[in-house]
Design a protein around this ligand. Structure first.
Ligand SMILES: C[S@@+](CC[C@H](N)C(=O)[O-])C[C@H]1O[C@@H](n2cnc3c(N)ncnc32)[C@H](O)[C@@H]1O
Length: 291
């Protein structure tokens, strides 16, 4: 298979992967890094406990898509994640529901199970799609999925992303309001930026989700920016970012881009090949900049 966009040939991927690992494997650790074809439940059994700083992943939703005969065992995956994530580590679980015939609420059931096994539901965030074709004749158009932010204890890392405030400059601001009810006002400088809210909006489709045409050989890619925003928020350079169901490799690509170590698994060999192509392209860009 070839990506017409960047002419990546899968046959070259195997050899060049070794080179890529040298780039990503810059910290000694017992966990093998890179991308592997594997059933994540089996694979996590052999992974060291408490070795992962951050997971950003999205499972198959309610059998909505055909992922080439995978076996999806949610409870075993959740237990595996609880084992491999460090104390203070975070799991971002991007999940939607089957909508036709009434919402399945699989997302809620999974959230409650995560709590039951010891995760804290640190936040329930919304991934809003800026453009969505899913119109419904008898309900409003669905335009979001959940991003469960699960933590094992208190999160070790929170680097809040900021956005620009609408107003800037100076204004008369309420100051020292007391029980007499009189608002005293003083001239104050408005903050030029504030911490983002927990509803994140992303464009989807080519150019929005990603510009890598090859990624669309996978049926359910999430936006690169979504993975990037979580990686920047919940991890630091050199941390280990894990995606147990990495599909086209979005999380690993963004982890590599931001100098985190990464481990990605998928049960499908075809998807891992796509992921390798995408990451290799980042590696080529990085090497290009160094030369
Ligand atoms: C929603 S997709 C992930 C898409 C990914 N976030 C991306 O941006 O491309 C879910 C993936 O889980 C994989 N999968 C399902 N069961 C699995 C298992 N037991 N172990 C590893 N991967 C699995 C599927 O092959 C599929 O690629």
């Amino acid at each position: 298979m070839q990506d017409n966009n960047n002419l990546v040939d899968f046959n070259d991927v195997q050899t060049r992967e070794t080179e890529m690992k040298k780039i990503s494997n810059n910290k000694p650790n017992n966990t093998p890094l890179g991308l592997y074809v594997a059933d994540c439940v089996t694979y996590m059994k052999d992974m060291p406990a408490e070795s992962v700083d951050l997971v950003v992943t999205s499972p198959p939703y309610d059998n909505l898509r055909d992922y080439k005969g995978y076996h999806f065992d949610f409870k075993s995956i959740a237990l595996g994640l609880f084992k491999v994530v460090k104390n203070g580590g975070v799991v971002v679980w991007v999940i939607g529901d089957r909508i036709n015939g009434g919402r399945s609420l699989t997302s809620f059931r999974q959230g409650l199970y995560f709590q039951e096994i010891g995760f804290s539901m640190h936040d329930v965030m919304i991934y809003q799609k800026k453009n969505t074709p899913f119109m419904r004749s008898n309900a409003y158009t669905n335009c979001y999925e959940f991003m469960f932010v699960l933590s094992k204890g208190k999160p070790n890392t929170f680097n809040p992303l900021k956005e620009k405030t609408v107003r800037s400059g100076y204004e008369m601001l309420v100051h020292n309001k007391k029980s007499d009810g009189i608002n005293k006002k003083i001239l104050g400088k408005l903050k030029s930026e504030k911490t983002k809210t927990n509803i994140w909006k992303y464009a989807v489709g080519l150019g929005g989700t990603t510009s890598d045409k090859i990624a669309f050989n996978h049926p359910a890619v999430f936006p690169e920016k979504l993975a990037e925003d979580h990686i920047l928020t919940w991890s630091n350079k050199g941390d280990l970012v894990f995606d147990p169901m990495c599909g086209s490799g979005t999380t690993c690509k963004m982890a590599f881009t931001h100098e985190r170590r990464y481990l990605g698994l998928d049960i499908s060999e075809e998807y891992i090949k796509i992921a390798k192509c995408r990451i290799e392209r980042v590696g080529n860009d990085k090497m290009g900049r160094l030369l």
